[in-house]
Design a protein around this ligand. Sequence first.
Ligand code: PRE
Length: 282
Amino acid sequence: MTSIGYLGPKGTFTKIAVDATFNGEHKEDYKTIPECIDAVDSGEIDIGVVPLENAIEGTVQLTIDYLIHQVRIPVVGEIVVPIQMHLLVRGNMISEEAEIEEVHSHSHAIAQCQQYLHHHFNHAKVAVTTSTARAAEMVSNSDKPIAAIGNRAAASEYGLEIFKENIHDYPNNHTRFLILSHQPEKVNIKREAKGEKTTLLITLPSDKAGALHQILSAFAWRKLNLSKIESRPTKTGLGNYFFIIDVNQSYDDILLPGVKAELEALGCQVTILGSYPVYDIL
Ligand SMILES: O=C(O)C(=O)C[C@]1(C(=O)O)C=C[C@@H](O)C=C1
């Protein structure tokens, strides 16, 4: 049976992404994103699902850096999930905000509720956990007046109440998750894809005027639509970057191989991180 790893425990947004995309496969939870990615790389599990980017807070840097620097696992799919953050507490424990002494959650969830926390919980300690569901689990096991930021699934998984709904700072909130696997034939998804993407990792040859412009024109004159460009440090010194570029189409036989050859002729190093379908969970 195919096994799928995710950032756990049960009740994370990553688990929601997994449940909405895969059928009855064996699902294995991991405490951290690197542990989940390592398990895919070593073959302990067949597929891993990890968060990549949130509409409010941006890239999950731990994920992208791990995929660039530590392992090379093909991206075989993307899942876009709507995100609603709620404040979760133990039932009958808290009647007003002022009683809550601590708020716990994943750093990316805390960042998505920054304004809310600033206006309502300046009195409280805000603490980071390995995931939103881990925070919910902690709150359910504690007899202190503390709260977690998490989703509805975590509230029911850990028997918590929703003290305040939709506390994320901007309404149109989504997170992109990556499906990683060395065995694409094992990836069996129950949804229709809504599009295709290719992600390229590009290293510039040297600090040269107009280099980024030359890279972008290789896509532009072929009329390839980009949906994201991001730079991440190569970690070799200040000013040295990789560029990660998402193109809104699959790796075809002509256009993208043409881009790759053109960039290599300019002295760039080009790695295809994946060419994959995109699934939207509405
Ligand atoms: O902690 C969780 O529930 C996760 O699945 C992680 C994660 C993230 O890293 O971005 C996923 C979606 C939300 O953006 C907040 C947290």
